[in-house]
Design a protein around this ligand. Structure first.
Ligand code: KIV
Length: 337
């Protein structure tokens, strides 16, 4: 039996509102293990993640949204990158994740793979890209796999949707089933927040996870739940479990990149920043404003090519080459006379 959940577990996604945010390497050789620095590590596949989970070796995941950040995170050894629908808030400045456009999401997913070809890239299926009908869901998921270069697609889902997971799996599309607190359903509750607050909620989420695995999901992701819920899922399923605000029992851990590096004004309570890049960006921006004001723009400027006296011509004047051609023609004409 799962213990009662801490009802003060907070509102992990509330801080993702754009009004509360500030906004938004070294190379290696082929035989390095996954997780080593550099772009030439072996590609992370679902087999890699399964093997790491079996060895109880945690893997690192991040939601990020552009090729440059992906490139640096690959060099850092991050195993999994998610083109999260949190991009709606972090990148597009929208108030909710449900505002993520399908087209933008496909483009951002492909950008992650181009930036970090060895990372396992998960596409987060946007609100209304999979709810209306199974056929539409399969077509959209297929686009993420082909145009978006994704390795798997993530759906916020519960066990009432096992049929869709089966169909996606049968179509050859690896599914990451996101259970627990589901931000795309926040409107039902009047806002973001953990929905795993009672013993019944917890048992429900564990059952969702079990049925998603049965339906074919190759990965599970649990958001904003007490540690024991993730622990129970790990005990009762075999697929790797990624957690966000769900405690250390999960096989993989994920955060939003901007929360991790200190770019968010109010990161969720479970996201402990490792840096304060916001402050550093502020300094950099201020330095640029000062330099421009003082006409100290730095860098190396361009110069005109030094002009060679022999090549200087006034308009209409004959060049050296033209003169040489005229002389050759004259000499030929004289010899023919
Ligand atoms: O969109 C997102 O960032 C997510 C989290 C699970 C990281 O879905």
């Amino acid at each position: 039996m799962l213990p009662a959940c801490d009802s003060s577990s907070g509102n992990p996604r509330a801080a993702h509102s754009y009004t509360e945010r500030v906004s938004a390497s070294p190379p290696v050789n082929g035989d390095r293990p996954v997780g080593a620095q550099g772009p030439s590590r072996k590609p992370v596949t679902i087999r890699t993640l399964r093997a790491m989970a079996a060895r109880a070796e945690p893997f690192a995941c991040l939601a990020c949204y552009d090729a440059t950040t992906a490139r640096w995170m690959e060099r850092a050894g991050v195993h999994v990158l998610l083109s999260g629908d949190s991009a709606a808030e972090v990148i597009l400045g929208q108030p909710r994740t449900i505002h993520m456009p399908m087209e933008v999401s496909v483009a951002l997913t492909a950008a992650l793979k181009r930036g970090a070809p060895s990372a396992f890239v998960i596409a987060d299926m946007p609100f209304m890209s999979y709810q209306a009908s199974d056929a539409e869901a399969i077509r959209n998921a297929g686009r993420f796999m082909t145009e978006g270069l994704a390795d798997a697609v993530k759906l916020e889902i519960d066990r009432s949707q096992t049929r869709l997971v089966r169909k996606l799996t049968r179509a050859g599309i690896p599914v990451c089933a996101h259970v627990g607190s589901l931000p795309q359903r926040a409107a039902l509750r009047g806002g973001y927040g953990s929905t795993v607050r009672t013993r019944e909620d917890a048992a429900d989420v564990v059952q969702d996870a079990i049925e998603m695995e049965r339906a074919g999901a190759v990965l599970l992701l649990i958001e904003a739940a007490p540690d024991d819920v993730a622990h129970e899922i790990v005990q009762r399923t075999k697929v790797p479990l990624i957690g966000i605000g769900a405690g250390p029992a999960c096989h993989g851990q994920i955060l939003v990149f901007h929360d991790l590096v200190g770019l968010s004004d109010h990161a969720p309570r479970f996201a402990e920043p490792v840096d304060a890049l916001g402050d550093r960006l502020l300094e950099a921006g201020r330095e640029w404003v000062t330099r421009v004001a003082e006409r100290r723009i730095g860098g190396r400027g361009y110069e005109f090519e030094p002009e060679k006296p022999a090549t200087i011509r006034t308009q209409g004047a004959e060049s050296d080459e033209e003169r040489a051609v005229r002389h050759r023609r004259g000499a030929r004409a004289a010899s023919e006379r």
